[in-house]
Design a binder for this molecule. Structure first.
Ligand code: UN1
Length: 519
């Protein structure tokens, strides 16, 4: 852990108003020298200023064990509660988040560095999924099917699954838990959440609210947290058979590890991993719309969404003029403290991210990429700021660096002649999360969405809107190295339940399937 200076004696007002200063995990008086190894405390810093915010006490193997055991016991009771009543719990949680929307969103921005509008938007996303889950609590429906046997009926029912282990990344420290925990709760499951060590304060504040509502309704230990290192907590959790489902969001490298360990014990995994998302722009597109959407997709959250637009694939006839416009737009982006209302782009999460950004830029330029704007860190502001960056691939479109997902605001530009070539280029990366096309032609839009599967190979495919900012009502996730999981809306709830096929004989005869006679 890097050393940070001591906190000022006064905690940040948001830590006071959200009750974090009184939380047993939160340590306000820190020296800045604490490390997870020596003291079991991690120091959380504000990425906009580099200043420490507070210390957070970490779990060890014993406390992990106690939390998991409590979750198992709580599940046994919670599954007995009727699903619409579980929906009532989630409804009340949604109300509580509405009451602290601005404060919790601001804390998220303070700790993670996304601008306040996005911080508040993220908490809104949790409120939205809570509302969705409330309705769902009366719609966890199975189907019936005709039996081939006389006087028999068949049906499917969906049953609570068990404690769900939820592992989340720093970039969505509230909503990704919300997607999982709100659905899991109406499905009758308990949740144990392992948040990123870069954003534990948002996790503590978020979970504390859900926990309080649950306890008030007599449902203790439904929502719990384990905060710890990957070695101590992460590895133990993914190998733990008491979690029938591990839902993990993060890098492809992390997903490979989680996927293989959970598969090794034949558990279920829901993986939402990296993206290398592209926008295709056709010559007949509404270019103003394409411009605004692409800037939001590439620069929003300082390029730290899994849905960030990382590649622009533009028709050669409009490439020069469009790139000129987008470079101009980039140069007007106000960069600064995430909590300053006039700012459009906040910092990267830490110094390591800034270094990864710098390495990616210099590597891409070495490979023949042309730096159109940005490409450098901004010194003198205290935080981890970089300039939003556009790098144009050489005329032969060969730029190996563009195959990597760098969690930073770098967009690579490629050109094409035919739509087929553009779609191939888009699909040529390892990941398959989000994709978009801007076009005025319904023919091109349909080819991009072709039901044959010959269009976009991503889990998300948009027409005339960008790659990021999905609504909660649809299933969220992607194919290939993105991990194949689906969270949030549509029928994503099914992964939090187990399916049971039930055949009932209401007659008195034994009739065997497949016409087998056994007399
Ligand atoms: C993520 O970056 O892990 O579609 C999630 C979006 C957001 C969720 C992003 N609703 O950009």
């Amino acid at each position: 852990m890097t050393q940070t200076p001591a906190t000022s004696t006064r905690p940040h007002p948001l830590l006071v108003s959200l009750g974090l200063v009184d939380h047993p995990r939160v340590v306000i008086d820190i020296t800045g020298n604490e490390t997870p190894e020596s003291d079991g405390i991690i120091v959380v810093t504000n990425p906009s200023t580099g200043e420490p915010l507070a210390g957070v006490r970490l779990d060890d193997k014993d406390s992990y064990e106690q939390t998991t055991a409590r979750s198992v016991e709580a599940f046994k009771k919670f599954r007995l509660v009727p699903a619409p009543k579980r929906g009532e719990l989630v409804r009340r949680i949604g109300v509580e988040y509405r009451n602290v929307l601005e404060e919790l969103g601001s804390l998220l921005s303070l700790e993670m560095g996304k601008i306040k509008a996005e911080g508040i938007g993220e908490v809104q996303e949790t409120i939205d999924i809570a509302d969705f889950a409330v309705g769902l609590s009366r719609q966890l429906t199975g189907i019936t099917m005709p039996s081939e046997r006389p006087e028999h009926t068949m049906k499917e029912q969906w049953l609570p699954l068990g404690p769900v282990g939820v592992i989340t990344a720093f970039n969505f420290p509230n909503a990704v838990w919300g997607w999982n925990a709100m659905l899991a709760a109406v499905c009758g499951d308990t949740t144990v959440w392992k948040p990123s060590l870069l954003t534990p304060l948002t996790a503590i504040a978020t979970n504390m609210i859900a926990e309080k509502v649950a306890s008030e309704m007599g449902f203790e230990d439904i929502f719990q947290l384990v905060i710890g290192t990957d070695d101590v907590v992460g590895e133990t959790m993914i190998a733990d058979r008491r979690y029938p489902l591990i839902s993990a969001t993060g890098s492809c490298r992390m997903g490979r590890r989680v996927g293989s360990v959970v598969a090794g014990r034949l558990g279920k995994c829901l993986l939402e991993l990296g993206g290398n998302n592209a926008v295709i722009i056709e010559p007949d597109a509404d270019l103003d719309l394409a411009l605004k959407s692409t800037v939001f997709g590439a620069v929003g959250t300082a390029g730290q969404r899994c849905t960030t637009t990382r590649r622009l694939i533009i028709h050669e006839s409009i490439a020069d003029s469009f790139v000129e416009k987008i470079v101009k737009a980039y140069e007007t982006v106000n960069i600064g403290d995430a909590l300053d209302d006039s700012v459009l782009m906040g910092p990267l999460i830490n110094e390591q991210s800034v270094q990864q950004f710098e390495n990616a830029v210099s590597e891409a330029v070495k490979q023949g990429g042309k730096l159109m704007t940005g490409g450098e860190r901004i010194d003198g502001k205290g935080g981890h700021f970089v300039k939003p960056t556009i790098i144009r691939a050489p005329a032969n479109n060969e730029l190996p660096m563009a195959y990597n997902e760098t969690f930073a605001p770098i967009m690579y530009v490629f050109t094409y002649k035919t739509l087929e070539e553009a779609i191939d280029m888009q699909n040529s990366v390892d990941q398959g999360l989000s994709s978009a096309i801007f076009t005025g032609s319904s023919n091109s839009a349909q080819r991009f969405l072709a039901p044959t599967g010959a269009g976009s190979d991503c889990g998300i495919a948009n027409v005339n809107l960008g790659t990021s900012g999905a609504e909660i009502g649809g299933a969220f996730g992607g194919e290939k190295d993105t991990g194949g999981g689906r969270e949030s809306g549509s029928d994503a709830w099914k992964v939090y339940m187990r399916r049971q096929t039930c055949t009932i004989n209401y007659g008195t005869e034994l009739t065997l399937a497949q016409g087998i006679r056994f007399e």
